[in-house]
Design a protein around this ligand. Structure first.
Ligand SMILES: Nc1ncnc2c1ncn2[C@@H]1O[C@H](COP(=O)(O)OP(=O)(O)OP(=O)(O)O)[C@@H](O)[C@H]1O
Ligand SMILES: [Mg+2]
Length: 364
């Protein structure tokens, strides 16, 4: 599962990537600095993990991770091959969620490819290119389906109807995620086509240091423009945070953050947001050797969760012993939780909850 960073050229995508990931991407003040995508594995900050560490005192602690991809900037006409359009759009198709960076800062030294600062227009430019690309996908598929539909194939007729809804919405400037489709239409016909504008999105407003806490007028306009989408809008002083990430010393980083009015890096919030956007959640294993966060899709069953550790755990799954995170913390140790009768034994059907601390019993 991975989230891709998209936006116009020179808006701060690679700089954002650099505050998230230890892998360093080249960032510079000229458009199309990035050509090949940069891929980084990012630790998901989670205070619960720190709490468990303090209770268990393990030899090591392993956080959950999420993959972030820094993609080349898109420009108007990308869907028709402008810039390096088509190739870049291919890189976006391979991701599972989109972090859309919008330039919300004034700075005469940093070139804007369209001449002035207007994040709402920029968003529309990017959306339109993504929508045009999706339209191409829909048209191609429709051509095939139409023939089968004409012969009276019922399934093909249903598919044609769903695709036509999507086509018309895209032509009207809507994204696929906003199209009114039945659950069945989505699952059977639309999701398999991996439309770019069907992927969940979060907007990242890149602001100056002074606006890191309360945003600015540009941010307000973005919020107003995306109100109907239900998407999250995050305010982040990307340039400043990248500088702070460079500091070796933890105390020094905290001081800098406090100076700009933050108690944790905005990038931490963003990573958690990306994790949620990907529809992922965490369960923990907590032993003296290792306290570890494991990543599973929301709605996973206990055997599926066990399978993330090892396929044998899933195949030979017998049962899971589960402690709710809050119980673990309020009783202070596994032994005390057991004494209090708060440890549950769950079977194959159990849907794992975020934060569960788990042991698996299995048989191979
Ligand atoms: N909030 C900010 N304030 C001032 N300058 C910034 C801010 N964010 C990024 N920059 C600067 O903007 C320039 C472009 O940044 P970056 O290389 O990250 O853009 P990009 O979106 O990756 O561009 P490309 O699409 O060309 O790869 C860099 O010089 C960076 O330092
Ligand atoms: Mg870049």
């Amino acid at each position: 599962m991975k989230a891709g960073i998209v936006g116009l050229p020179n808006v701060g995508k690679s700089t954002l990537f650099n505050c998230l990931s230890n892998a360093k991407a080249q960032s510079a003040n000229f458009p199309f600095c990035t050509i090949e995508p940069n891929i980084g594995v990012v630790n998901v900050p989670d205070r619960r993990l720190e709490k468990l560490e303090s209770l268990v005192n393990p030899e090591r602690v392993l956080p959950a991770t999420v993959e972030i991809v820094d993609i080349a900037g898109l420009v108007k006409g990308a869907s028709k091959g402008e810039g390096l359009g088509n190739q870049f759009l291919g890189n976006i198709r391979e991701t599972d969620a989109i972090l859309h960076v919008l330039r919300c800062f004034d700075n005469e030294n940093i070139v804007h490819v369209d001449g002035n600062i207007n994040p709402v227009r920029d968003k529309e430019t990017i959306d339109m290119e993504l929508q045009l690309k999706d339209l191409e996908t829909a048209d191609k598929k429709l051509e095939k389906v139409k023939r089968a539909a004409k012969t009276g194939n019922k399934e093909a007729q249903k598919e044609e109807a769903a695709l036509l809804k999507v086509k018309h919405a895209l032509e009207a400037g809507q994204s696929v995620r906003a199209v009114d489709l039945t659950e069945e239409e989505r699952a059977e016909f639309i999701r398999p086509l991996q439309f770019i504008t069907d992927k969940p999105v979060m907007y990242v407003c890149n602001v100056n240091e002074t606006d890191a806490v309360s945003g600015n007028e540009y941010v307000d306009k973005v919020k107003e423009a995306v109100k109907g989408e239900g998407a999250e809008v995050l305010v982040l002083a990307v340039g400043t945070e990248a500088d702070i990430t460079e500091l070796e010393d933890y105390e020094e980083r905290q001081m800098f953050l406090q100076d700009i009015g933050l108690d944790e890096p905005g990038s931490a919030k963003l990573i958690r947001g990306a994790y949620k956007l990907l529809n992922l959640q965490t369960y923990f294993t907590a032993g003296v050797k290792e306290v570890r966060a494991w990543t599973i899709p929301v709605g996973s069953t206990a055997p599926q969760a066990a399978g993330v550790i090892h396929t044998d755990f899933e195949k030979g799954f017998i049962r899971a012993e589960v402690i709710a995170y809050d119980d673990y913390v309020s009783f202070g140790s596994e032994a005390k939780v057991k004494e209090a009768g708060k440890m549950r034994v769950e079977g194959k059907e159990y849907i794992v909850k975020d934060g569960d601390v788990m042991h698996f019993r299995f048989n191979v």
